[in-house]
Design a protein around this ligand. Structure first.
Ligand SMILES: [Zn+2]
Length: 283
């Protein structure tokens, strides 16, 4: 069973951080609209349909516009590409790469009918697709904007993605979160079915079950009315649910303190007011 996206972190970025003096002046050429996109040719013919769908729906272009408010010191490239069978996604050196294999994994795990939470199958791929790009973009933001982290980077990247998606309209947020939760729950169930050794807990990612509950806790913490079924259908235990508003607020405080200063606020307001899930004709 393939795991939820992992990433590799560039050793160079870590080295650069080590040799730069503390308090180095901020990059002066940071500006919004620095996200570029690229559709790599699918090496595997089985991925041609995914390539065609992504291009037809302008998925990367929309993600690039969605992320345009971030003032990056250099261009960030979002790319889809074939990964020789690996179901994965990566961030390294200002490039986010999502494998066609990972997108195929999303499609292979779509619900066959409406879920108990009311998610239509045709909408179920949207959330995980946004989520994988935003998780990797989280790594890009931490690296390119030199955001200090107190805690594990993989958890922070998960929360970054959830937090961004929870800023959209209630309708879009609900659709996205239900899609992500559906896949995360399937992965958690599969992970629970395996007999785990101690070393299985040594990874940089939290266990799939923890990632699932971290996600729905963020959603419930953001809007307990909209995500009221997180407790009933999502099986979020009441003792965890009670603290989710505080957990959400804790991440929001970090985001507003550390990341928001790198966001073009006017552009952010424009982005936030738009609808993102339905394909729109080029402007
Ligand atoms: Zn990651």
């Amino acid at each position: 069973m393939a795991a939820r996206h992992r990433h590799i972190k560039t050793g160079l970025a870590v080295l650069m951080l080590a040799i730069l003096p503390a308090g180095a002046p901020a990059q002066t050429d940071a500006m919004p609209n620095r996200v570029r996109t690229e559709y790599g040719d699918p090496a595997n013919p089985a991925h041609q349909q995914i390539y065609d769908n992504l291009k037809q729906q302008r998925v990367l272009e929309r993600l690039g516009e969605f992320l345009s408010p971030f003032r990056f010191p250099r261009d960030l490239l979002l790319k889809v590409e074939g990964c020789n069978g690996k179901v994965n996604a990566y961030y390294e050196d200002a490039v986010v790469r999502v494998c066609y294999e990972y997108l195929a994994f999303i499609y292979d795990n779509l619900p066959r009918g409406a879920t108990p939470g009311g998610l239509a199958p045709e909408d179920a791929a949207l959330g995980p697709t946004f989520d994988v790009f935003l998780h990797e973009t989280g790594h890009a933001v931490f690296d390119m904007l030199r955001i200090p982290l107190v805690g594990r980077e993989e958890d922070a990247a998960d929360l970054f993605s959830a937090y961004i998606l929870l800023q959209l309209s209630k309708e879009e947020t609900r659709t996205l979160m239900r899609g992500i939760a559906h896949l995360a729950r399937k992965e958690a169930t599969a992970a629970m079915a395996e007999t785990l050794q101690l070393k299985d807990y040594a990874g940089v990612h939290s266990h799939a079950g923890q990632r699932y509950f971290n996600l729905i806790c963020m959603a419930y913490g953001r809007d307990p009315e909209l995500f009221a079924n997180a407790v009933s259908i999502g099986q979020l235990p009441a003792e965890r649910a009670a603290g989710c508003a505080t957990e959400y607020a804790q991440f929001e405080y970090a985001f507003q303190t550390l990341i928001l200063p790198h966001v073009d606020y006017e552009l952010f307001r424009t982005v936030r007011a738009r609808q993102w899930l339905r394909p729109q004709p080029p402007e």
